[in-house]
Design a protein. Structure first.
Length: 217
């Protein structure tokens, strides 16, 4: 598949919403294996922070660690799945979180965040769409702010393209198909929108990487 193909984001996001709404009862149990990876996001923050944007916050699992380290911060949490955000609202730190149920590509992120974080949420989009999303993230950050993303990464360009091909051939048959990009594609997109000082770390979750990108200008 060539780069010029653009995903039907309305369809993709609605499918994600329906899928994860159905998984609410098992979500935390399923994602327990990702907790060290989620903790790595907080551990990678090495700047003072007071305002954070969490993309794909789900039930707020990664925020458990964030609020332990930074108990007085304010967080905006965006997720397309209302059942997930309902569970997040039951967390002890919920009064410090503003939740928005909506589509990353439609919701106004706001401005002047010290950090934008995400885990296991952004591996559902093609390159052209992700470049738009990364530009929104870049624009939402303060100068010297950081974007920290722990997510699934394809091992090669071929695996990346095979995943996209699988999605287009089977999206009406399977309820959920991941389309992760390879590391080279991810880094290129981040650089294209202006991020610098990009660092990549291994995490304990298979096929995942932690990517830290700074807005320096």
């Amino acid at each position: 598949l060539e780069r010029r193909i653009i995903m039907n984001l309305e369809e993709r996001n609605q499918n994600m919403r329906e899928f994860f709404n159905r998984k609410i009862d098992s979500y935390d149990e399923t994602h327990a294996k990702f907790m060290k990876t989620k903790k790595a996001i907080t551990d990678s923050i090495n700047i003072p922070i007071s305002k954070v944007l969490d993309l794909g916050a789900g039930t707020g699992l990664e925020l458990i660690y964030l609020f332990k380290k930074y108990p007085d911060i304010k967080v905006t949490a965006i997720d397309i799945t209302e059942n997930m955000l309902e569970e997040l609202s039951k967390r002890p730190f919920a009064d410090k979180v503003t939740t928005i149920c909506g589509d990353f590509f439609k919701v106004d992120f706001g401005k002047r965040y010290d950090a934008v974080i995400s885990t296991s949420s952004l591996h559902h989009f093609l390159e052209l769409d992700k470049e738009i999303l990364y530009q929104k993230i870049y624009d939402s950050l303060k100068l010297n702010g950081v974007f920290i993303n722990a997510d699934k990464i394809a091992e090669s360009r071929k695996e990346e393209q095979d995943g996209i091909k699988d999605y287009y051939q089977n999206k009406d048959k399977k309820p959920h198909i991941d389309t992760p990009l390879c590391l080279k594609s991810e880094l290129s997109l981040l650089e294209n929108v202006g991020f610098t000082d990009i660092e990549v770390k291994d995490v304990d979750t298979e096929n995942y990487k932690l990517i830290i990108a700074r807005k320096s200008s």
